[in-house]
Write a protein that binds this ligand. Structure first.
Ligand SMILES: [Zn+2]
Length: 271
């Protein structure tokens, strides 16, 4: 069942409706994605599209507001670098990525903005899988100073044990066939064998994707988000306003531990 989006996006709400939605259920959802290669069959923004869909459906069904999408994500550094070499074979990936320090520091300030806007619970859904440990590191650091309920997951984590996540394969294309079928060009699956771009990060099992499986994945994902937000403690007193400067010592602590950042591991990245 797809619930028709009401006005649930921060960007589309006027103040009266924003305040009413926030006060009814003070949870904000941040979709995170990026543009990266997803084979010949799918658009670059698949990760963004998934995350926005899950966040919007969650807000429609459970309440709350969808924050402006973070449509740039960590790539090229750490373990991403050898992965890119493996799946691209030297072809230009036409990638729109940022290094970890920019995404992680931005996330910290996004948490500040959400708290200052009166939210008491934060859901971060990343359609890009692999960087979530560092996203959680930032969320936990913020909450250690300014307690706030939070749930930070990549989409395959929402269905772990039920479905196997992948990159531009059966799992991801099933999702897209369910939520935006007109964006899928499955008749191009074989281009991976013949096109000058090579496989372009397409997974060999992509043709096994189905809208029905996608519906199962998406519905299980939304249910998992609902289970999380319904455990949030949302009865705190209105918090004091945090100036931007309040984030500086928190970020300094995180930056000082960059040798622990998962997103820098696995390669001799200069970052
Ligand atoms: Zn993806």
């Amino acid at each position: 069942m797809t619930v028709t989006p009401d006005a649930v996006a921060w960007a589309e709400l006027k103040p009266a409706e924003f305040i009413a939605r926030r006060d009814a259920f003070p949870v904000v959802y941040l979709p995170m994605g990026l543009c990266e290669p997803h084979g010949h069959v799918a658009p670059f923004g698949l990760d963004t599209i998934k995350a926005e869909y899950l966040a919007t459906q969650a807000a429609c069904r459970f309440g709350g507001i969808v924050a402006p999408t973070m449509a740039y994500h960590i790539h090229e550094t750490g373990y991403h670098a050898p992965w890119l070499r493996d799946v691209m074979g030297g072809v230009n990936p036409l990638l729109a990525a940022l290094p970890p320090h920019l995404v992680l520091e931005t996330l910290l300030y996004q948490f500040r903005a959400f708290r200052n806007a009166g939210f008491q619970g934060i859901v971060v859904i990343s359609g890009h899988n692999a960087n979530q440990a560092d996203l959680r590191m930032v969320a936990d650091a913020f909450a250690a100073h300014y307690p706030i309920a939070h749930f930070v997951r990549s989409d395959p984590e929402l269905v772990a044990g039920r479905y196997e996540g992948d990159h531009a394969g059966r799992y991801e294309l099933s999702q897209l066939l369910h939520i935006r079928p007109h964006l899928v060009a499955m008749d191009r699956a074989s281009w991976a064998m013949t096109d000058p771009l090579g496989r372009f990060a397409q997974n060999p099992d992509v043709a096994e994707a189905s809208a029905l499986e996608g519906q199962g994945i998406i519905e299980a994902s939304i249910t998992a988000i609902g289970d999380a937000v319904h455990t949030f403690s949302l009865d705190r007193a209105p918090p004091s306003f945090l100036p931007m400067a309040a984030m500086e010592p928190i970020w300094a602590d995180i930056a000082a531990k960059r040798s622990d950042w998962v997103t820098l591991r696995g390669d001799d990245s200069k970052w």
